[in-house]
Write a protein that binds this ligand. Structure first.
Ligand SMILES: C[S@@+](CC[C@H](N)C(=O)[O-])C[C@H]1O[C@@H](n2cnc3c(N)ncnc32)[C@H](O)[C@@H]1O
Length: 477
């Protein structure tokens, strides 16, 4: 009898690129779910978080350092991934991540606690139906009541023209000799030869020429994990809804924040046609067609009865108003014109000037920002909508809690993990993600900023790096 493959046909002879995903933060997921009407999580209290198929667990390790009072678990079947993740955690000196070098199947047999968050980025479309079933069993068994699940996947109709490229790439790889890198390189060469308008597929689908070029330009490790697993499935969002519903979950919103605001995605005609559809399920599917969506970052909540439908609209609004948002970049980057999926959006210059002034003080609850900007006889509903659109566009960001610069005490980084991350950034000469407790997420910090922070902490007579002080990464006088 053949031995069962612990990888279930998933690529394991090349590691996945080491990437940070801001959408995996507990603060970000809480914001997305509160926007959808779920009750907020109290992130100041202990909670548990599980990352399934964590890869290098970059985001999970940084999030664990940002929430030192919480317990994180990270699982991956590839030993090289877990090794690298353990090394990063050791470098930051954090002890609140439990690593599981295991397949999801093997994880099912472990004695695990209930989790308030379960995240899976880049898994669901790239594993077979049996593994997806195991993942749903894990969720069904391990997700706490009112717990949140983050699930990303490739969806239709956005892949309808390009999906055949994956089949071509896979078959070319299988026909080549050597290790995975050599076979992928050979497949790329084959794709180059075939990818021209003499082939009617490319003529009839001109966009696929660009897709093929992007594919050819991608690093081999990314290509292997995106296209060369035994399974590759592009889902319809409503089928995923059904599967999650069977596991006891309801859709709560999207971690691609703009996707929560139809006005940012489609014109009025499309919005009216969708609004006229007879049920929420059809509207959910039709939105994918309106946006020609190809990738989703869905957030689900356990037991909609308890968390969502029991809330009145007034309660949902109050929870949203209590949620903190702020500016994680330079304040000057809060611009009167922002990019949104269907183009650009403009705000009044005076509104933006007032908002900048407020955001210099640090992150604040949405309701407080509305109240303070509303003092100028502005319409509060419009202010709220503007703020949500600014978050959706990436100008503002969800925060774990409100807060500004704490000037008390000696100069220091907010935690030893934060100091270690800043030192890595300065030493390695590359931008890095630094744990930020106020943000409840990793903060992108350039080498120059990390170096300046180090010199400031060491007592040099230089100004405190303003952004890092405002975000509570640096403290002291
Ligand atoms: C595309 S990578 C995504 C990694 C990470 N979530 C990220 O976004 O950076 C998919 C990961 O799932 C892991 N994986 C695939 N099948 C698995 C299984 N059956 N059990 C556990 N891990 C699995 C792979 O080893 C790989 O690290």
């Amino acid at each position: 009898m053949p031995t069962p493959d612990p990888f279930s046909g998933y690529v394991n002879d090349v590691t996945f690129p080491d990437r940070f995903h801001r959408e995996l933060s507990p603060a970000w997921l809480t914001y997305a779910s509160v926007l959808g009407g779920a009750r907020p999580k109290d992130l100041g209290k202990p909670f548990r978080y599980l990352d399934l198929g964590c890869g290098f667990a970059h985001s999970t390790v940084i999030n664990a350092a940002s929430f030192a009072h919480a317990e994180f678990h990270a699982c991956d079947v590839n030993p090289a991934h877990i090794d690298a993740a353990r090394r990063r955690a050791a470098r930051l000196g954090i002890g609140n991540v439990v690593f599981h070098e295991a397949s999801f199947e093997a994880l099912l047999d472990k004695d695990l606690p209930p989790f308030d968050f379960i995240v899976m980025h880049g898994i669901y479309s790239w594993v077979d139906a049996g593994v997806r079933r195991t993942v749903r069993q894990l969720i069904s068994r391990q997700l706490a009541d009112e717990g949140l699940v983050y699930l990303s996947y490739n969806c239709q109709p956005g892949w309808s023209a390009e999906a055949p490229l994956r089949k071509l790439m896979l078959e070319l790889t299988q026909a080549a000799d050597g290790g995975i890198e050599a076979r992928a390189a050979s497949a790329i060469a084959g794709m180059r030869t075939l990818g021209n308008p003499s082939f009617r597929y490319f003529r009839d689908n001109p966009h696929t020429i660009h897709a093929l070029q992007a594919l050819v330009d991608s690093p081999v490790d990314y290509l292997a994990h995106e296209y060369l697993n035994r399974a590759w499935e592009v889902h319809y969002s409503v089928d995923v809804l059904d599967e999650m519903e069977a596991a006891g979950l309801a859709y709560a919103g999207s971690a691609t924040l703009a996707d929560n605001h139809p006005a940012l995605l489609m014109d009025r005609q499309a919005a009216e046609a969708i609004a006229a559809l007879p049920n929420a399920r059809l509207r959910h599917l039709a939105e994918d067609f309106a946006a020609n969506r190809r990738f989703r970052r869905d957030v689900f909540v356990r037991d909609a009865q308890a968390s969502q439908t029991r809330q009145t609209p007034a309660q949902a609004l109050r929870h949203l108003e209590q949620t903190a948002i702020g500016c994680a970049t330079d304040i000057e980057q809060i611009d009167a014109r922002v990019t949104i999926p269907r183009g650009a959006l403009s705000f009044q210059a005076e509104f933006i000037a007032d908002l900048r002034g407020l955001m210099r003080q640090g992150a604040m609850p949405v309701g407080e920002i509305v109240a303070r900007l509303g003092a100028n006889s502005r319409n509060r509903r419009e202010i709220l909508q503007n703020l949500l659109f600014l978050v959706a566009s990436g100008t503002l960001t969800p925060f774990a809690h409100a807060g500004g610069y704490d000037e008390t005490g000696p100069r220091r980084a907010s935690s030893p993990a934060c100091a270690a991350a800043l030192a890595c950034g300065a030493d390695e000469g590359a931008s890095t993600f630094v744990p930020c407790e106020t943000l409840g997420n990793g903060l992108a910090v350039s080498t120059e900023e990390a170096e300046q922070a180090r010199r400031w902490i060491a007592g040099e007579a230089i100004p405190v790096p303003g952004r890092l002080a405002r975000l509570g990464v640096l403290r002291g006088a």
